[in-house]
Unconditional design. Structure first.
Length: 270
């Protein structure tokens, strides 16, 4: 097995959808691309991955690797979504974070892709995740406060000589008060690789503890995640046929099905 690669997904601002993005990408890579995927919660001070996976209680966590030299196989958890993960224990805040890179390098011998969910703050724990990664994707929302945070994230990565592979623009509502995607790309100097629409279905998926790519794999949001996942592993991607996308769109918009303008809606997918 050839050595895998480690990808950090980062943002210096909470609530932009970083962990949601990671869980969907992991699910797609494992199930659509048959990749062996490991997700590491590198957000040591305010972990969220456990909540997204419905795995609240775990006997072992990343802290046991960082502090106690625990065996890898005792810490790695298997999830029904098709990938493995290493959780973080919020009750154990002190960790030897600088060991993370060595642990990730060892794990790359066993996985195709390792996804690192970093902390939303420019402190040692974020730097540890960036340092352990081969490349970085930055998640942002299209507003000025988050733009400032995005610039800081990219600067930290470049100072660490970590490749910044792309900007993921999330929760896009296409409103006049938002920064335009092309403006975000120009201002950050990071290639825009995905534009994820704001969707109530994502909130519903969080409530049901299932990724939206599982709940509605042909929705606009899921298809954008699928394109992004393919890009991350240099795989080809082709959109499904227009009628399949139409069904995904209608499933997303089911509450308005009775008043839906089919002539307008269907032409959108052609």
């Amino acid at each position: 097995m050839s050595k895998g690669k480690a990808i950090a997904v980062a943002a210096i601002k909470g609530g932009v959808g970083k962990t949601t993005t990671i869980v969907n990408i992991a699910h797609i890579l494992a199930n659509d691309h048959n990749k062996k995927v490991l997700v590491i919660d590198a957000n040591f001070s305010s972990p969220n991955l456990n909540l997204h996976l419905g795995a609240i209680e775990n006997d072992k966590s990343i802290h046991h690797l960082l502090n106690n030299n625990e065996k890898l196989h005792n810490v790695i958890c298997e999830h029904s979504f098709g990938f493995h993960f290493i959780p973080t224990d919020i009750t154990k805040l002190n960790s030897n974070q600088h060991k993370l890179k060595n642990i990730v390098n060892e794990l790359k011998n066993h996985y195709d892709v390792i996804l690192l969910d970093s902390a939303p703050s420019p402190k040692d724990e974020m730097l540890a995740a960036i340092d352990a990664a081969d490349e970085l994707y930055v998640v942002s929302t299209p507003d000025l406060p988050t733009l400032t945070s995005t610039l800081k994230t990219a600067k930290l990565a470049r100072q660490n000589n970590t490749k910044v592979s792309g900007l993921i623009l999330n929760k896009v509502k296409n409103k006049n008060y938002e920064l335009k995607p092309e403006s975000m790309e120009k201002l950050t100097g990071i290639k825009l690789v995905a534009t994820i629409k704001d969707s109530v279905r994502v909130l519903e998926s969080l409530n049901s503890i299932r990724p939206v790519s599982l709940l509605n794999p042909n929705s606009d949001v899921s298809l954008e995640y699928k394109k992004l996942a393919a890009l991350m592993v240099n795989a080809s991607y082709e959109n499904p046929k227009w009628h399949i996308r139409a069904l995904g769109y209608l499933k997303d918009d089911f509450k308005n099905l009775t008043t839906h303008k089919f002539s307008k809606g269907l032409s959108y997918f052609k």
